[in-house]
Every structure is written in C-alpha cells, then in structure tokens.
Design a protein around this ligand. Sequence first.
Ligand code: GLN
Length: 240
Amino acid sequence: MRVCALYPDLMNIYADRGNLLVLEHRCAWRGIGFELSSSGLGEPLDADAHDLYYLGGGQDRDQRLCAEDLIETKRDALHAAAARDAVVLGVCGGYQLLGHSYVLGEDEIPGVGLLDVRTTREPDPRLIGNIAIEVSLDDDGKSVLAGFENHGGRTYLGKSQEALGRVLEGHGNDGRSGFEGARAGNTIGTYLHGPLLPKNAWFADWLIAMALRLDLSELAPLDDAFERAAHLSARRAAGV
Ligand code: GLN
C-alpha cells in the first residue's frame, strides 16, 4: 500500500497523522507492505506511484500557501491519479481544496476541482463539535462515521455532486443542508477530523480495499476490540 501525504507539515491539524498511522498499522497487521511518502511545497507529485493520496486539515493561512502550490505543481497529477481510481482523501481544509474554491471575503483560494463543491467563509460562527453521519459506500447497507468537526467554511455541493453522507448529529457541510462531505468515485472529502480513521477503523479498511483494488472480504479480520470501543465512544460523544 503506497500512500502519499500532501503537505504533511502544513495540512495537519487535529492529528491528521493518526489517519496515516491507522492505515500503516492495519496494513502491517495483515502482512501488507506499506510505504509512506510525502509531497510538500514545490515538490512534484507522481500520478502513478501511489495507491492513496492524503490531504489533511489546515488553517486558512496554510491552505492559501498550499492551494497555490497544489494548482501549480500537483493538480494534473492528482486528476490523473483520480482518473485511474487511486483513492484521494481530503479532510476538512483538504476537502475544501479538492473542490473548486474557498472564498474568504474578497479572496478566493482556488481548489483542484476534483469534487464539484464550493466553500465560502461566512460571517457566522465556526461549525464545531462532535459529529456522526450515515454513509452508504457500497450497496450493502448503511454505516456510521463519527468524528469531530471544526470549520469556518461552509461547503455547498454542485447540482449532481454526491455527498459522502447524511448528518445524524452535528453540522456537516454547511450546518443546514444535512449533507456531509462529498464523493466522486474514489475521491472523498469530509469534515470529519477526530482523527477520522482511528475512530472509524471500518472506513480505514474500506479505503485500503479500494486503494488496493481488493474486495473488502479479502482483508483478513483483525481484533478490533479497542477500535470498536473508540468508534462507540465517538458516537456516544456525538449522541448517536
Ligand atoms: N481553515 C478551514 C476552515 O476553517 C479548514 C479548517 C480545518 O481544516 N479544520 O474552514
């Protein structure tokens, strides 16, 4: 499993590194090789060398820096990677940058446009708190993702853009629509920090399976007692 973290030093608030550690350990526990690389400001991005591309959360100031670089040096590779069905996962600030734009007053931070979403910073208070959403990733029923959100931006889905899930408790994309995140094939954006994967090990496995083009049933089961407890605790915190 070859993972590339984009801007791991700048886009890494709310312990996004925990997401990468979960991927690494769940692969290692199953004897699946794991390779983590990174691509920072000014560095090129290889469209073929990775199975999963990760873009974490960031503050507005850091997002601005990364957005410019993303467009200049990584946009085409990210589109090519998504087109060959590599997994592209953006969390919070990373999610916003996967969309078309993030508008802050007079300023517009451009995104890479992999997801048909637009984000605006409105004068309203930040959307903060525990959150749980219902998702149906495959045809085999619904599951719950639980986490923590803290964003000033409100994200609006384009007309035919699929959301990642429906808010059960919390704010989600804009605090009103009931939608959370966005998904286009294996490109996924979400506001759920937590970090996301330690609280939702089942979702980490889904991402691993997608990235490696495996059926979920081909991943050896693990003893997930702690992971399940973490998931249930995150759900309880959100009131679900
Ligand atoms: N800076 C963005 C916002 O406030 C993203 C925040 C984050 O990644 N937690 O909306």
